[in-house]
Design a protein around this ligand. Sequence first.
Ligand SMILES: Nc1ncnc2c1ncn2[C@@H]1O[C@H](COP(=O)(O)OP(=O)(O)O)[C@@H](O)[C@H]1O
Ligand SMILES: [Mg+2]
Length: 408
Amino acid sequence: MDAAYNPYNPGAGAPPPELAGRDGLIKRAETALERIKRKRPTKSLIMLGLRGVGKTVLLNRIEELAEAAGAQTAMFEADPEKSLPAQLAPQLHRLLLRLDRIKRVGHELSNAFGTLRAFATAFTAKVGELEFGLSGGQATGDLAIDLTDLFVAIGEAAQKRDTAAVILVDEVQYVSKADLSALIVALHKISQRQLPLILFGAGLPQLAKLAGDAKSYAERLFDYPDIGRLDEEAARLALVEPARREDVAFADDALAFVLEETERYPFFLQVWGAKCWETAERSPITLADAKAATKAAIASLDESIFNVRLARLSERQKEYARAMAELGPGPCSSADVARALGATQSQVAPYRDDLIQKGMAYAPERGQIAFTVPKFDAFMRRRAPMPSAKTPGPKPPSGPRIRRVAKS
Ligand SMILES: Nc1ncnc2c1ncn2[C@@H]1O[C@H](COP(=O)(O)OP(=O)(O)O)[C@@H](O)[C@H]1O
Ligand SMILES: [Mg+2]
């Protein structure tokens, strides 16, 4: 069908034509924003989920909601190469400038600017060309203390202006443990003081554990809603609704087929939707169209995101990932992966850690490992050569050279 009218929107952070199945979460965010403005105790929300489930899209939506509610936002995507202060300072500076526009006078704001300047100096963070107004606090160089001072100063300035400060952080798993710990300390203080500052975050699933390790009271400060695949009804809506607006329908069996193939993961729904549109000559989209679209979708994923991820791995990391893939789509035990590689766990632990570091894998629980991208296991089995086990068992007549290990 006419490509000009293709409504689907596959891509990182790409707003979907229909934001399906997230009403509950959006409501929760709205409630949190409302409560923070009213100085009611409110937990910060950190949304956790695999790649492609729609975390960034949700975070962007929450930012819109916050701004519509008159709050001032600071948003950034955590970069593993940069420190938290370096990333936070310019965003908070912009936030303060906006508070300044609401109401110029008041010592809280000059205090906040001063605290930020001291903060930026202490952590050598750049905050743009702009000169700061008046001088304010002094920084100690201890991130937990200085970030607390800064958050308190910003919270007070926001409070004075009857607004709230909303900090949104994507890819939170890339914030270092020490920085995360400082962030938690600062948010803890904010919640004690009941100041209108809140954090919304999104990250890969290992994060709850990370934050838990960082500070035991993180549990009380944060809620960690799980963002996952859509339920049946929402997935249906995500596909059908955008097409319907263009007077295009899916045949029932075509729809069922696509839901099955995509496993109802939002990113895949967009990819499949787009490919169905490209494949079909006319409405309705048939099962045959959906099958052809599936081939095209898988080929395009292989050539794009899957291959890009594979290319980022060293040979050893690839071998580790390939052994994981052999054990199936779900989480597997690191012990089984090591066994499949014919190695001890400690021998292969560095490669496991590398995969986690690169955001390719995560540990759902202690001793477990899983891919962060759905369907990556199948891709690895399709495309990557099997590593040979160092202590090979009896070779199966055909197929994998690797030893198959029963999942316990
Ligand atoms: N609720 C949803 N319904 C339909 N499509 C969605 C939904 N949420 C996200 N998407 C689509 O999924 C893809 C990935 O979204 P993104 O927010 O980048 O995921 P993540 O940040 O979790 O990796 C995008 O193409 C987006 O349009
Ligand atoms: Mg994202």
